[in-house]
Write a protein that binds this ligand. Structure first.
Ligand SMILES: Cc1cc2nc3c(=O)[nH]c(=O)nc-3n(C[C@H](O)[C@H](O)[C@H](O)COP(=O)(O)OP(=O)(O)OC[C@H]3O[C@@H](n4cnc5c(N)ncnc54)[C@H](O)[C@@H]3O)c2cc1C
Length: 412
């Protein structure tokens, strides 16, 4: 079959690579080059442990702060608040303990096979060096502060995540740069990370092209039907790409196309920011999650990346790079000796559903279209296993994980 893959971020690239392994032809449709959108600048963490949703029990108490502090870790721009309100209500409804356990169980299913699903793709792409298995340290100012997050960590453990407590001395021995500021940690030794998320995405995409994938640089606007089947993807400017099937992996921009193939899906963007410190003079070896700062710190090939922040302001508003400055200020607090003379800043659009679960499954109103979008904070983590499941769906094989929680029909 010739499958049109809409979107060439990490999701589209992994879906295409898994489809090619089944012998399908692929045509990428995207106005941008590979990894030029959200997959460019994320924190690169590849974490089987990242199975907790964004909405956690008790979160509703923080809503006033979201509106009042425009530079807080989670903020809603006043002007965008009326647009975001219905989504935020659903998000808060999904943050009760029972829902969180259900969501975390589903996410753990998707994320546990991260490495077994990436490895064949990266081996074929000659890119195994782009993925490191160096572990992640969740760090806290003290063991008593860490107890605030105990419920979530216990939930992770109950789902099979290996987390080892690390005291002050061992923490300083593991990462001397953290000495003094952090006195307690949890080591997720099985976690990994991308040395450069954009390079990892491009490596998989480029290998797909070498293996015969076509590339159409255009925005998809809709579909030409033949009965219940999609016969072609319609492009801006009046052209079309004929195909035998479609995978929609358009990240935060997927909702409009998805609506043509199924019910309305409440996709929202949680805008996130990074600062990459090219002048990095630290010796960090692990990915570091500074839990109290809500910030991921990852040593990458191009520098030290400080990433985080959640901002509700839609797809069109310009970036507020003051939020990236906040990340840099936190980085300086964590590492007073960090050389910050050369930095770059960036904003990207996480594609988010209110329950923090992606949409993976057959399009409800077409016999030959599949959805693979909405991976929120864990798109790098979940892309390769999503690609494997999309290939299973296209082939009519049984899924390897329970896909019911990711159904496009779950929003009614
Ligand atoms: C600050 C930050 C830190 C993050 N850290 C991590 C992390 O550590 N680990 C992790 O797993 N995840 C992380 N994420 C999330 C991760 O980056 C995303 O989930 C992931 O990149 C989404 O990939 P995607 O392929 O779905 O979307 P994108 O990379 O955004 O790609 C979507 C593509 O679809 C194309 N497209 C859209 N509409 C159309 C159309 N109509 N026609 C044709 N093409 C179209 C776009 O042009 C784009 O190229 C982070 C995100 C941010 C912002």
């Amino acid at each position: 079959m010739k499958i049109a893959v809409i979107g060439n971020g990490i999701l589209g690239s992994c879906c295409a690579a898994w489809l090619q392994r089944d012998g399908h032809g692929v045509v990428f449709v995207d106005p941008l080059g590979p990894a030029e959108a959200t997959s460019f600048g994320n924190a690169g963490s590849l974490s089987p442990s990242a199975c907790l949703p964004v909405g956690m029990p008790g979160m509703w108490k923080k809503v006033p702060g979201w509106l009042l502090d425009p530079l807080g870790p989670l903020s809603v721009r006043w002007r965008y608040a009326p647009v975001a309100a219905p989504w935020l209500l659903r998000f808060l409804r999904a943050s009760g303990p029972a829902e969180v356990v259900r969501i975390a169980t589903a996410l753990r299913g998707l994320l546990a096979p991260i490495f077994e699903c990436y490895e064949p793709l990266l081996q074929r792409a000659g890119g195994t060096g782009l993925m490191r298995r160096s572990g992640c340290l969740y760090v806290y100012s003290s063991a008593s502060v860490a107890r605030q997050w105990q419920w979530g960590m216990d939930l992770r453990r109950s789902l099979g995540v290996a987390l080892r407590e690390v005291g002050e001395e061992e923490l300083a021995a593991l990462e001397p740069d953290l000495r003094g500021r952090f006195r307690f940690g949890l080591l997720a030794a099985e976690n990994g990370s991308a040395t450069d998320p954009a390079a990892l995405t491009r490596a998989i995409f480029d290998r797909c092209v070498t293996d015969g994938a076509e590339v159409v640089r255009a925005r998809a606007t809709g579909f030409r039907r033949n009965g219940t089947e999609v016969a072609a993807v319609l492009l801006e400017g009046g052209r079309e790409v004929a195909c035998d099937g479609v995978v929609l992996a358009g990240g935060a921009w997927s909702a409009r196309l998805a609506r043509q193939l199924g019910p309305s899906i409440p996709l929202e963007t949680q805008r996130g920011y990074h600062v990459t410190v090219a002048s990095n003079n630290l010796g960090l070896r692990h990915t570091v999650m500074a839990v109290e700062h809500n910030m991921m710190v990852n040593p990458m090939s191009m520098g030290l990346r400080l990433a985080g922040s959640v901002e509700f302001a839609g797809l069109k508003a310009p970036a507020n790079l003051a939020r990236a400055d906040v990340l840099l200020a936190r980085g300086r607090e964590m590492f007073p000796h960090l050389d910050t003379s050369r930095t770059t800043s960036w904003m990207g659009h996480r594609p988010c559903l209110p329950d923090s679960l992606p949409v993976i499954g057959p399009a409800p109103r077409a016999g030959n279209a599949w959805f693979a979008f909405g991976h929120g904070h864990v798109g790098m983590c979940g892309a390769a296993s999503t690609g494997r499941e999309v290939a299973n769906l296209v082939a009519g094989r049984a899924p390897e994980i329970d896909l019911a929680p990711f159904s496009p029909l779950r929003f009614g």
